[in-house]
Design a protein. Structure first.
Length: 387
């Protein structure tokens, strides 16, 4: 059966849901195709690092108040290097911000967004919909998907690919440039002896950068990245052995580490879709660009994709999905995306490099950074708003 819809969003994760809700705020309807059963992600405990600018986007949707009880503010970021006295500190109060960012579970965000979508009369969510092909021509884009063993075809003046968890760009016939770091990220949650006081830590060690993000009353979410050969063995350690090694590399700033939850790893890469003219088809979020998590940029760049695309859609009712409209959208996102990719790649190259002499230069650089206020102000603006 062939259906005709105004806007189709392939991917019902946070980016796709935020886009549909931003459109609904302007009374623009959309159909969201999600491969999982609705609500399946609501129990996902993975931590998301939200920028202050992302909070503002969620405030526009009227959902931030519901998320506040589940979000832990980052008021201070402490940057240091193992074996060095060099350190730098960023404080929200110095930049007249309520916080530098927030830590929120993926599941808590999905729960609130799913509730909003269920209450919206202009959003049609189709769950358990497996996209098999995405095609486009000068007149429209079309999606073929399977649901409960039945094949469906849907065409639209605009299809938005927002499923960053799968390689659907291949389904859509798109190509991407990818840089494999040969690094893995280990993620878990740890509890510490001392309260976190809403301080996030970025610690650079010989085994790779580690980010410790306040999450809850006393816990931290940990993201430890490094070469596969160094990260993979950490999964084989007992909890006590892992905590001892982590403490040895992180230091005593929050006392002893008391417990650790399940540890998981995943490979890291930097990737971006190749530029192409795809009328009636646009790609956003992790489906469009994938970044190393060292600076927490990827998810926040994806939310800004959704916000800007919603604005372009609202301003283009007469030429929805045209090459001109989508070229304007891509142009408006080019600088933010490029800077995010370059920024994270720069940090990985500088802070994961153990060549003789680089460590001393890093230490001096971190110390100097703490004294150069314009550079700190630029960094806070970049992390908060993408500017």
């Amino acid at each position: 059966m062939l259906e005709n819809k105004d806007i189709v969003i392939v991917g019902g994760g946070p980016i796709g849901m935020v886009l549909s809700l931003l459109l609904a705020k302007q009374n623009i309807g959309s159909t969201v195709l999600e491969v999982r059963k609705q609500g399946a992600a609501n129990q996902d405990t993975r931590a998301l690092a939200l920028s202050f600018g992302s909070r503002r986007i969620l405030e526009k949707l009227g959902v931030w108040q519901s998320l506040t009880p589940h979000a832990t503010a980052i008021n201070t970021i402490h940057v240091s290097q193992q074996g060095s006295i060099g350190r730098s500190v960023l404080r929200a109060v110095d930049y007249k911000q309520e916080a530098l960012g927030y830590v929120l579970s993926y599941g808590a965000l999905c729960t609130v967004l799913n509730t909003q979508i269920a209450d919206s009369p202009v959003i049609h969510l189709v769950d358990e919909a497996q996209a098999e092909s995405i095609t486009h021509n000068a007149a429209y884009a079309a999606v073929r998907y399977q649901r409960h063993g039945e094949q469906h075809d849907i065409q639209s003046s605009l299809v938005v690919l927002a499923d960053g968890g799968r390689s659907l760009e291949e389904v859509a016939g798109l190509k991407r440039d990818t840089k494999e770091y040969g690094h893995d990220a280990l993620i878990t949650k740890v509890s510490a002896e001392l309260p976190h006081n809403n301080i996030a830590y970025e610690r650079f060690t010989a085994n790779g950068p580690m980010a410790l993000l306040p999450n809850g009353e006393r816990d931290f979410s940990l993201v430890w990245t490094g070469e596969k050969s160094r990260i993979a063995p950490l999964l084989q350690l007992s909890d006590a052995e892992f905590l001892a090694q982590f403490h040895a590399e992180f230091g005593d700033r929050v006392g002893r580490f008391l417990s650790v939850e399940k540890r998981m790893t995943f490979p890291l890469k930097l990737s971006q879709l190749q530029a192409s003219d795809t009328p009636h088809l646009v790609v956003v979020g992790n489906a469009a660009q994938t970044m190393h998590p060292v600076a927490g940029q990827g998810f926040n760049v994806g939310l800004r994709d959704a916000e800007v695309l919603a604005r372009h859609i609202a301003n283009a009712p007469d030429h929805m999905g045209s090459s001109e409209m989508l070229a304007e959208y891509r142009s408006s996102r080019k600088t933010d995306t490029k800077h995010g990719l370059l920024f994270t790649d720069f940090l990985v190259n500088i802070f994961s490099n153990d060549i003789l002499g680089v460590s001393a230069l890093r230490s001096a650089g971190i110390g100097m950074f703490d004294l150069v206020k314009p550079v700190k102000r630029f960094l806070v603006s970049k992390m908060s708003f993408g500017k």
